[in-house]
Design a protein around this ligand. Structure first.
Ligand SMILES: [Ca+2]
Ligand SMILES: [Ca+2]
Ligand SMILES: [Ca+2]
Length: 139
């Protein structure tokens, strides 16, 4: 899950940099469904979880099973899966994934480090600056 979240963070961050290029897909806007120009922790978590689902939920039934989540049967991933499956029905749905992502250290860390003016949300400029500080010029 940690690996997946990292991937998600990267997607969010790439979205920030796409605003500075001519890429037609505006991922920041995709992560910001209410279009207020800022990302809340919930919006970041929702976007990460949705992105994760696109990658992992191979049969697109809206649920991720242990096999889809953890094909290599890794002990750490198994623990994460069991933690995320809060209703213990053997699969993680999008709601559970969002709740898990919202509590995850990755999302909290992103919010803490990217939210420079500490208003509790990450603006487009803050996301772009964060991406720049981590990865340098994307080109
Ligand atoms: Ca928003
Ligand atoms: Ca479940
Ligand atoms: Ca902010």
């Amino acid at each position: 899950m940690k690996r997946i979240l990292s991937l998600g963070i990267l997607v969010v961050l790439t979205s920030a940099c796409s605003t500075m290029t001519t890429q037609p897909r505006d991922r920041f806007a995709e992560a910001d469904p209410d279009h207020d120009g800022t990302l809340t922790q919930k919006e970041v978590a929702t976007y990460l979880a949705s992105t994760m689902f696109d990658h992992i939920d191979r049969n697109h039934d809206g649920k991720v099973t242990m096999e889809e989540w953890n094909p290599s049967n890794n002990a750490h991933d198994k623990k994460v899966f069991l933690t995320a499956d809060t209703d213990h029905d053997g699969s993680v749905d999008l709601k559970e994934a969002i709740a898990y992502a919202e509590k995850s250290g990755q999302v909290k860390k992103f919010m803490k480090e990217a939210d420079k003016d500490h208003d509790g949300t990450v603006s487009r400029a803050e996301a772009a600056a964060y991406y720049g500080s981590k990865e340098g010029d994307p080109r």
